[in-house]
Design a protein around this ligand. Structure first.
Ligand SMILES: Nc1ncnc2c1ncn2[C@@H]1O[C@H](COP(=O)(O)OP(=O)(O)OP(=O)(O)O)[C@@H](O)[C@H]1O
Length: 348
């Protein structure tokens, strides 16, 4: 993940529902609290959110139901009109764009996937995937060839002639994913794309999604209320509460250093070895065994078998191959045995 190559920047974004919300906001010297807003008969779904998303990262927005995740995502695409703030996509302030420019930006730069697959029931899977190309005026043979490629990519190459009702929920969502990728978006927005699926299929779809991302390297904004899903997928996670972002960090940093009890309550069920990296678990010092080492960024759960099978501590390597330290069997065992708390503290 690059931290320098920012593609999407939100600066002090607000979405307030209720009469004269923009006047109310613009006349305040200090940002209003939820109580101030409630007293004025207003509700802030998004409160003063500032964040930046880098090229090629999977940025997950997480929070309880009603915390403002979907509204924030929709503000980023301007499907919901923010009340205040700015949203820069590749340098263009979306809030200054005309309706026509917006349509073009959405068509050319953004891909979107929502929970309800929103496929057209009277079109086959292939026709659904080809639809955005048809709107663009691409000839039938060319668009169907491209749609077939996309269906192959999501593992549905043989199902192009099936209609949505002939496909399972997971397969329908794969078609939705393929369709959202046909125009090769710069940035891909996904709002709870797997939450209607049963747990096994959901897990399969998460794996599939990560596989696709290793091929495509898209910039992704992904909304979920499931912290385990966020941890599996994210490079970074933004935790929302009552419309505000309370912490933005890697899964590891959220688990090891939660900003407050609200964040900490989410992290308690996550096994430590699933998030802690070799870099955090290693001892400093040169006394690693000579064999090939493990990447500093690797999660302990993924390298545990190798370390446990090694003769002695295993070298932990920086991206340039330099040895940073050594990971011992004891450190790995400690993390594997560390029990997540089973009773999360109540969220206030
Ligand atoms: N059109 C609207 N008018 C008034 N209030 C709204 C509107 N849309 C959303 N809200 C309110 O804004 C808040 C945030 O809603 P939002 O859908 O963004 O939350 P969420 O975190 O995505 O929730 P969920 O996980 O349940 O989808 C909620 O209190 C919701 O009731």
């Amino acid at each position: 993940m690059s931290t320098t190559n920012r593609i999407l920047l939100c600066d002090n974004v607000w979405k307030v529902y209720g009469p004269d919300a923009d006047t109310f906001l613009s006349t305040r010297e200090q940002p209003p609290s939820p109580e101030d807003l409630a007293a004025a008969g207003l509700l802030a779904a998004v409160r003063g959110v500032s964040l930046s998303i880098s090229q090629g990262e999977i940025f997950v927005i997480m929070g309880l139901s009603g915390s403002g995740k979907s509204t924030l995502l929709r503000c980023m695409t301007r499907l919901v009109e923010p009340t205040a703030g700015s949203i820069l996509l590749g340098g263009t302030n979306l809030l200054n764009a005309t309706e026509r420019q917006l349509m073009q930006i959405r068509r050319e730069k953004m891909g979107m996937v929502f929970q309800n697959y929103a496929l057209m029931p009277h079109l086959s899977a292939l026709e659904n995937v080809a639809f955005p190309l048809k709107v663009q005026g691409m000839k039938r043979a060319a668009r169907e060839a491209r749609a077939q490629q996309m269906l192959d990519l999501v593992g549905l190459g043989g199902r192009g002639r099936h209609y949505p009702h002939e496909l399972s929920g997971g397969q329908q969502q794969r078609v939705g994913i393929a369709r959202s990728l046909t125009l090769e978006p710069d940035i891909w927005f996904l709002d709870e794309p797997f939450s209607a699926l049963d747990p096994l299929v959901r897990r399969e779809m998460q794996d599939e999604f990560l596989r696709l991302q290793t091929l495509l390297r898209k910039t992704i904004v992904f909304v979920t209320h499931d912290f385990a899903e966020a941890v599996r997928l994210a490079d970074r996670i933004a935790i929302m509460r009552e419309g505000a972002v309370v912490q933005v960090a890697t899964p590891e940093a959220l688990v090891l250093a939660p900003a407050d009890p609200y964040v900490s309550a989410f992290t308690r069920d996550i096994p430590r070895a699933q998030v802690v990296t070799a870099r955090s678990a290693m001892d400093l010092g040169p006394d690693a065994a000579g064999s090939a080492g493990v990447a500093a960024a690797a999660r302990v759960i993924d390298i545990a078998e190798r370390v446990l099978a090694a003769e002695g501590p295993v070298a932990v390597l920086a991206e340039d191959g330099g040895v940073l330290g050594a990971l011992s069997r004891e450190a790995v065992i400690r993390l594997l045995l560390a029990q997540p708390h089973t009773r999360p503290a109540p969220v206030q």
